[in-house]
Structure formats: structure tokens, C-alpha cells
Write a protein that binds this ligand. Structure first.
Ligand code: S3P
Length: 429
């Protein structure tokens, strides 16, 4: 896909449904009793992987453009899959479903694409196995393919070294099948969609955050979950590209509608404000415990900032976009405490560094982040997305603000989270 320098972006964008919330709505609906109706579900490849897995385990799911109906069979209603469960590119599917499968009375095997099968799974195998699960890495490298054999689960209190919603969610889901209370403490609060939504399905979940930032979520086993109506808010991680495009391209003004602004996800907004961005929030409301707003962005100068500490989990997926904004800003941006970037769909410290250098930016990678000296003027180049959707989209936005032409390699990888991304970008020109 080729992207050329833009003279200004104008108009409205309605952002597709949140990926994290879409995954969870299908998963929890599948193990609930009765029908779960989901509107504004994200029809991206990752969430379709989740649907495929539950269909493979006997769950009837009607997928129409208007809504998804998940006909749940209850907590113990999944059937042994007829083949290997295909995770595609989706880390969220793999890690969360492992928590559910750990509590089943059948064996399952999980595998995905090359990127997925090289991502670390010890982070879920270790706590789940200490609950009594039997999860093995078939190749013995702590990566998928994983085999999950039946086990009898007991409640634990797990202290996680990383603030990861995927790890936390896997443990809480296994906790539904355990013999007592299961708790997870993480160093800082990661996205809390699982806690909010599971409570809506009738699970006994509680959450506390200490004054030092440590956060603990707990769950008690229950007899059943019950099907719900879920309205999925727009994905702030997808909105991030249009926020940045509006801020970076001179003359732009974009209204981004219905964006989920849960504080555990909204770190990018705080960073934009710290950079001096012109952002206005309109129509603030909430659905299912998830706050939303329309976001109006206007072009203006940005300045470098330091991004570190507790805010990192709230913007971890937006760091490629923040790095691009930093390259166009005045002054130096330092991103630290973000070593998790190394275990995303690609090593995003490496892929951001390589591609920012290609367009002429001044970037120094570090062990847990990067240092970017804003130069303002960047020049279009060939971008290697390495099939990472967030790299492809962040650098497409860079291409609009850079001089000349930018070519995004393997740009179809945006299908993972935002199939209509390039059409939507085009509609603003
Ligand atoms: C996700 C959690 C985050 C995030 C991922 C989606 C989720 O991963 O990067 O895109 O839906 O729980 P970690 O839990 O590994 O930080």
C-alpha cells in the first residue's frame, strides 16, 4: 500500500469495536448459559479466530453484520474440539482461552501463525499449572503449539511480574473452575475489561488497587454465568491512528466517534495532552461499565515528553504511534519501562526503530523502550511491517505527514484489528 503526503484530513470517523472487549464478549458468552447478543463486534481476523475456536468446541455462533449471537452452553458445555484450535495471529485468544481450557474435561491443542507460535506462553503456563492445570508446550520451547490436558484446579494467589491483562484474565477464567478464591496481583493495573465484563455475566469478581499502584483482582467459582447484551465501544487502539493523523497533518480536523476511554486503556490521550495536543471530548457516556466519548482533534505543534511507569500498560499497543508522533515533535521523547514491547506481534522496539530510521528519524533503542529526538521533517520510504498490524498503521500515518511517498509492506496485516483502515484513511483526504 502506498501513502503520500497529505495536505490535510477532514471529516468524521466511526471506529470499529474494541478488540479486547470483542474477544471477551464471545468467550464469556460461550461459557454462559443462554444467548449473548453482541453489537459493534470487531470483525477483525483476531476476533474471528476466537469465534472459530468456540465453534470448533460446539458453540453455535450467528455472525451477521448487525450483531453476533453466541448460544452459550454453560460453564461445562464446551465439547472436545474436532481439530487443532487455530489461534491465527491472536495472543489474546491463545492466552485467555488457555484459562478456560485448563478447566475442561477434554484435551485440546492450540496453535497459530509463525508470530503467534514464537510468543512467550510460560507467563500463563506457570500460573495455570500451579493451579493444577496440565499445559505443555509441544516443542518444549514455552511457546505454542500448546497441549492442554484435563486437570483439577485449585484457587491460588498469583503475583505476576508483568502487568498483563492476558495473564490476569487467563488466571481469573481458570478461577471459574477452581475450588476456591483465585487472586492475581500485578505491579500496576492492566486493562480491566475482564473484571468489568465477567461481573456483568454474574461472576463473583472483586478488584482493589493499593496506594503504591499494585492491583489485585479476585474471583470465586460460581455455578453458571448468564448470557448478556454487550455493546462494544470503539477501540481506542484503532482510534489512536486517527488521533495522531489529525494532530500531525497540517490543516487537519477530525471527529472520532464513540471511542472507549476506559482509564486502563486511555494513556495515549494523556500523552497527547502532555505533548500539547488540541483534543476535545464530546458526548461522554458509558455502556456496560465502559466509558466512551467522541474525540475532536486538530492539528498543532507537538513537544517531546517522557512516557514511563504506571501509564505504560494503559498505552502499550499505542507506542508505535506515539513513537511516530515523537519523531515529528519538537524536542526529545523518552519511552521507558516498556520491555513488553519485545513480545508483541513483533519486537516493537526493533520494528519501530528500523522503520523510524528508514524515514529519517533520530531514534535510539534502549532495553526497555526508545529515545526519539524530534526532527519534524521526515521523508517517505519503504516500511517493513513484518506483518504487524500496529506497525503498518502507525507508519501509514507517518506517511501522510512525511514528504513524498511511503510504501507499507504487507499492509494487508491490518485485517487483524482494522480491516477497513486504509479506506477510512482515504475517506478523510
Ligand atoms: C490485551 C492485552 C495486552 C495488549 C493486547 C490485548 C488483552 O497484552 O497488548 O493487544 O486484550 O488482554 P498483555 O496482556 O500481554 O499486556
Amino acid at each position: 500500500m502506498k501513502v503520500t503526503h497529505s495536505k490535510g484530513l477532514h471529516g468524521e470517523v466511526t471506529i470499529p469495536g474494541d478488540k479486547s472487549i470483542s474477544h471477551r464478549s464471545v468467550m464469556f458468552g460461550a461459557i454462559a448459559k443462554g444467548t449473548t447478543e453482541i453489537t459493534n463486534f470487531l470483525q477483525g481476523a483476531d476476533c474471528l479466530s476466537t469465534i472459530g475456536c468456540f465453534r470448533n468446541m460446539g458453540i453455535e455462533i450467528d455472525n451477521t453484520p448487525e450483531r453476533i449471537l453466541v448460544h452459550g452452553n454453560g460453564l461445562h458445555g464446551l465439547k472436545a474440539p474436532s481439530s487443532v484450535l487455530d489461534m491465527g495471529n491472536s495472543g489474546t485468544t491463545t492466552r485467555l482461552i488457555s484459562g478456560i481450557l485448563a478447566g475442561q474435561s477434554f484435551t485440546s491443542v492450540l496453535s497459530g501463525d509463525e508470530s503467534l507460535n514464537s510468543r512467550p506462553m510460560a507467563r500463563i503456563m506457570e500460573p495455570l499449572n500451579s493451579m493444577g492445570a496440565h499445559i505443555t508446550s509441544i516443542k518444549g520451547n514455552n511457546c505454542a503449539p500448546l497441549q492442554i490436558d484435563p486437570g483439577t484446579l485449585r484457587g491460588i494467589h498469583y503475583h505476576s511480574k508483568v502487568a498483563s491483562a492476558q495473564v490476569k484474565s487467563a488466571i481469573l477464567l481458570a478461577g471459574l473452575y477452581a475450588d476456591g478464591r483465585t487472586s492475581v496481583t500485578e505491579p500496576v493495573l492492566s486493562r480491566n475489561h475482564t473484571e468489568l465484563m465477567l461481573k456483568g455475566f454474574g461472576a463473583r469478581v472483586s478488584a482493589v488497587t493499593e496506594s503504591d499502584g499494585r492491583a489485585t483482582a479476585s474471583i470465586l467459582p460460581c455455578d453458571e454465568l448468564y448470557g448478556q447484551k454487550i455493546v462494544v465501544p470503539g477501540d481506542i487502539s484503532s482510534a489512536a491512528y486517527f488521533i495522531a493523523a489529525g494532530l500531525l497533518v497540517p490543516g487537519s480536523e477530525i471527529l472520532i466517534k464513540n471511542v472507549g476511554i476506559n482509564p486502563t486503556r486511555a494513556g495515549i490521550l494523556k500523552v497527547c495532552e502532555d505533548m500539547g495536543a488540541d483534543i476535545t471530548y464530546l458526548n461522554e457516556t458509558s455502556a456496560g461499565g465502559e466509558p466512551t466519548a467522541d474525540i475532536l482533534v486538530k492539528h498543532g505543534p507537538l513537544k517531546g515528553v517522557t512516557v514511563e511507569g504506571a501509564i505504560i500498560p494503559t498505552l502499550i499497543d499505542e507506542i508505535p504511534m506515539i513513537a511516530v508522533m515523537a519523531a515529528f515533535a519538537e524536542g526529545t521523547t523518552v519511552i521507558k519501562d516498556a520491555a513488553e514491547l519485545k513480545v508483541k506481534e513483533t519486537n516493537r522496539i526493533d520494528t519501530v526503530t528500523e522503520n523510524l530510521k528508514a524515514i529519517g528519524a533520530d531514534i535510539t533503542p534502549t532495553d526497555d523502550g526508545m529515545i526519539i529526538k524530534g526532527t519534524g521533517m521526515l521523508k517517505g520510504a519503504h516500511i517493513n511491517s513484518y506483518l504487524d498490524h500496529r506497525i503498518a498503521m502507525a507508519f501509514a500515518v507517518a506517511g501522510l505527514a512525511a514528504e513524498g511517498e511511503t510504501e507499507i509492506g504487507d499492509s494487508q496485516c491490518v485485517d487483524v484489528s482494522y480491516p477497513a483502515f486504509f479506506e477510512t484513511l482515504e475517506s478523510l483526504k
